[in-house]
Design a protein around this ligand. Structure first.
Ligand SMILES: Cc1ncc(C[n+]2csc(CCOP(=O)(O)OP(=O)(O)O)c2C)c(N)n1
Ligand SMILES: [Mg+2]
Length: 871
């Protein structure tokens, strides 16, 4: 070992830990800080930064990794006491109100439990988040007014009982409704478990019950709000997006994976509040580490402002005498698993574990008794600390903010629950616990009433009620809230789509037809400004790159470079008021943009029309849960599954060739799914979609597949409009002369999408061989199936049965989808429906070989038809 290696060797562990060494070491640090202070006093900020950068470079080049040192601050509140603003509210009054809300929230869950129906419900999450929710609602979260768009308040789904309980106190929900928590079918009304806009459209702005979706959707609401501002569409000042999230929930990749976009786009209208109660459902979030420190590093590394709220005010006097950072060091070293253990231990046991054998820490801790130590609060239950954090977050400029708040799961619910691993699942309490909690919360109910978990409301003219209403009035009204007023749009008439309905002689794909339609709609005065084309790095695949220069790609900082293709006809044009959302390779983000744009009618009073175009296999399959959430949120717009079809997209193989997305889409109840074969069908569907969603304000959204196979497109046949929209129409009759001569039953081929070309070819072969053959274009098996289901309820004939009246013969369907799709309506056909499709995995081959392989090419169709005829 060289001399210099010896010098840089770490000191032995025992020596590092010793009291003497630590003292000496603190002095060394002190001297360094004093030197830095001197530099700071004499030089500019730029120079101080330069010095630090040099030090960092030195350390890195000597093999010392600095990520923790530079991304983490000590385990204490980010806002020191000296910078803490004074509290503008009446804490005693706010605590009284909070206690009533806490009680009624708990009573809702207990009453549901007492019914014995296993309805479930959560108590512990709200118990941990109640104080921060109240501070935010009493002082920060603003509602819509004349010149302010209003904040969006997205809660942690499992804290819903608390939000309902407040809405009840505010008079927004009836006692019957909160008495029927999780019983939505009751006569007097009931409440859904979690925030579901579909179930409570006046209350919940966004669905958050699927962990992880709140984070990503809130980021994209905030981004979309900036987009609307930058495009000059938002006339009022936009609001802030407040997302309350769980610490366990932060493990979801949708959340963590999308936080970069928030800092890149400088979303200072976004505030994350993470409820760090150190627990998730099963147990500790990071027993062996510290979730707050971990999240701090992740968010700071991603360019967010990070505000930590860890300790309550009771610790301030102790910090004041912690001159040598002895207490701070202990705070830094104790693990979350141990902090959780403290919450269930006596003051005496806590002290013993906490001070270990550190005489200086022991002496600091002598300033409080064991009882005080037990009662000492975490930052998440301290109004002043929370106020300071929220206040700073609302003043952020140019950056999103995350507030990491340390709380305790099940706080105030007694020893059986607080901090226990079982807290999340706790749904009931013993009689004694109920009486004890009512007493502790100051709820004036009798013992019997407490045991029965009766709701409690103070007099309307009590000070508490007056205070609560006044605070919300000052902030513009109650929250959370969802709005629904928005102007309607006038859909363009179908004749404006004549380029497509008159037929196209050139060989083009339905994808290209769609892109041309979009280009045309973008130029339409009435709807053009509201269109939001969304694409995740596939514009060139779909031939959409021409739109770049026409509409521009949205970029809040404009374009600060000359694009490499500046001289071409469609350069990569980024612009502050660009209309296209280029998402990069992030399907979750792109769908979150779709949700933000498709619900803009609610949060921004703007009838935005998102058209999100993607590889069809990376839609329903990749982000199905978010599509479901879009349905819950009553999102409008068009999802376009491009490069559709297991055999039409050739060469790309197993993970690209989609033969199932229509089946996956079929499960979304208000999704209109279409699989058009021709440009005119697509035009009819798009025109009708805009009319239904934005002119007639119907609660539907669309999934349409388009293909990349080129062929010519006939003119729209007479009388096909209704059939295109309903899902099926006769595209071509069998030849009359053949029908007259033919002895047997005719053939009926059902085609859709790109496979219609094979059907047309098969029909020609069959008719040449003397077999009269009809062609039916099926634009939507799903809609036909849906119509069939509802016809059974109304006991009327289904649409398919109506149009098949008088028709006999053999029915054979062909599509690029798995056979389950057409099979869903096979019983509607006289003699049943034979189905050819693409069951199984895709593989890399030519289109022709793939169609042979799956048995759906023209010759396979002819073969199958003959088999049927010979039966
Ligand atoms: C995608 C998804 N996975 C699992 C669940 C079930 N679940 C509901 S709450 C919860 C634990 C939440 O922990 P945390 O985020 O820490 O919230 P806390 O209740 O502790 O505040 C789980 C696993 C869910 N709702 N969504
Ligand atoms: Mg948690």
């Amino acid at each position: 070992m060289t001399e210099s290696e010896k010098n840089t060797q770490a000191l032995p562990e025992e020596l590092n830990d010793s009291y003497e060494f630590q003292n000496e070491w603190r002095m060394e640090i002190h001297e360094w800080i004093e030197s830095l202070q001197a530099v700071k006093d004499s030089y500019s900020e730029r120079e101080v930064k330069e010095l630090l950068r040099e030090l960092q470079n030195f350390a890195l080049s000597h093999g010392i990794s600095l990520s923790e040192a530079t991304l983490n601050t000590p385990y204490r509140n980010s806002i020191p006491l000296s910078e803490q603003p004074s509290y503008p509210g009446d804490i005693e009054m706010e605590s009284k109100i909070e206690n009533i809300i806490r009680w009624n929230a708990m009573a809702m869950v207990l009453q549901a439990y007492d019914l014995g129906e296993g309805l479930g419900g959560h108590i512990a999450t709200y118990a941990s988040t109640a104080t921060m929710t109240e501070v935010a609602l009493n002082h920060f979260i603003k509602s819509r007014s004349e010149d302010y768009q209003g904040d969006m308040f997205n809660i942690q789904a499992h804290s819903s009982p608390g939000v309902y309980s407040r809405a009840f106190l505010e008079g927004r929900l009836s006692i019957e409704e909160i008495g029927n928590f999780r019983r939505e079918l009751q006569k007097e009304g009931g409440l859904p478990s979690y925030p579901h806009p579909r179930r409570r459209p006046e209350l919940w702005p966004s669905p958050t019950a699927s962990m992880g979706l709140n984070g990503v959707s809130s980021i994209y609401y905030a981004r979309f709000s900036k987009y609307l501002e930058n495009r000059g569409l938002l006339t009022k000042k936009g609001g802030k997006i407040w997302a309350f999230l769980g610490d366990g929930e932060m493990d979801e990749p949708e959340t963590i994976g999308t936080i970069n976009i928030a800092s890149r786009e400088k979303l200072d209208n976004l505030i994350f509040v993470v409820n760090c109660n150190l627990q998730r459902l099963d147990g500790p979030v990071r027993g062996n580490g510290k979730i707050i420190q971990e999240l701090e590093a992740v968010f700071r590394g991603s360019g967010w402002d990070v505000i930590k709220v860890i300790w309550g005010s009771e610790w301030d006097p102790l910090f004041a005498i912690d001159d040598n950072d002895v207490m701070q060091r202990r705070m830094d070293e104790v693990l979350d698993g141990e902090y959780q253990m403290y919450s269930t231990s006596s003051g005496e046991d806590q002290r013993a574990h906490w001070v270990k054998d550190n005489p200086e820490l022991e002496s600091i801790m002598k300033n409080i008794s064991d009882d005080e130590l037990k009662e000492i609060k975490r930052g998440g239950f301290d109004h002043k600390k929370l106020y300071a954090a929220f206040d700073r977050a609302t003043k952020s400029s140019g950056k999103p903010t995350v507030i990491l708040v340390k709380t305790l799961k099940g706080y105030g619910l007694g020893e059986g629950s607080e901090g226990r691993n079982i807290a999340h699942q706790k749904k009931t309490m013993s009689d004694e616990e109920r009486i004890e909690i009512a007493k502790r919360l100051g709820i004036p109910l009798s013992k019997e009433e407490s045991i029965a978990a009766k709701f409690y409301v103070p007099d309307q003219d009590s000070d508490e009620m007056k205070y609560m209403h006044k605070m919300r009035q000052d902030l513009g009204g109650y929250q959370p809230i969802r709005h629904d007023e928005c102007k309607t749009l006038k859909a363009p008439e179908l004749d404006q789509f004549s380029d497509f309905t008159d037929g196209i002689d050139r060989s083009i794909s339905t994808t290209l037809a769609l892109v041309r339609m979009m280009s045309k709609m973008l130029r339409n005065k009435d709807i053009g400004p509201y269109l939001v084309p969304i694409v995740p790095d596939e514009a060139r695949t779909f031939g959409m790159d021409g739109l770049f220069s026409q509409s521009g790609i949205y970029s809040p900082s404009g374009q600060n470079y000359e694009p490499v293709d500046a001289g071409t006809i469609s350069p990569y044009k980024e612009a502050k008021d660009g209309q296209i959302l280029q998402e990069g390779i992030c399907e979750a983000g792109a769908l979150a943009s779709f949700m933000a744009a498709g619900t803009a009618y609610s949060h921004s009073q703007l009838p935005m029309i998102p058209i999100y175009i993607f590889y069809s296999i990376f839609g329903m399959q990749r982000i199905g849960d978010m599509v479901w959430a879009c349905g819950d949120a009553m999102t409008k717009g068009f999802l376009i599954g491009a490069t559709a079809g297991r055999t039409t997209l050739n060469g790309e193989g197993v993970q690209h060739q989609d033969g199932q997305s229509h089946v996956l889409a079929s499960v979304v109840p208000n999704m209109m799914t279409y699989d058009p074969a021709f440009a005119y069908e697509l035009a009819v569907i798009m025109q009708d979609g805009i009319k239904r969603m934005y002119q007639d304000l119907e609660d539907v959204f669309y999934y349409i597949t388009v293909y990349n196979e080129n062929y010519t497109h006939p003119a729209m046949p007479d009388n096909s409009h209704e059939g295109i929209l309903n899902g099926m129409y006769c595209f071509k009759n069998a030849s009359d002369s053949l029908l007259k001569e033919y002895k047997g039953k005719p053939m009926h081929l059902l085609g859709s999408g790109s496979l219609m070309q094979q059907v047309i070819e098969a029909q020609e072969i069959l008719e040449k061989e003397g077999i009269p053959t009809f062609i039916w274009s099926v634009t939507s098996y799903n809609l036909l199936h849906r119509d069939f289901r509802s016809s059974k309820e109304t006991k009327q004939k289904s649409y398919v049965e109506t149009i098949l009246e008088g028709h006999q013969g053999h029915f054979l369907s062909v599509s690029d989808w798995i056979t389950l799709l057409p099979d869903s309506i096979s019983r509607l056909f006289p003699g049943g429906l034979t189905t050819l499709g693409t069951d199984g995995y895709g593989l890399s081959e030519t289109r022709e070989a793939l169609r042979d392989h799956f048995g759906i090419g023209a010759h396979a169709i002819v073969k199958k038809a003959k088999e049927l005829l010979s039966q």
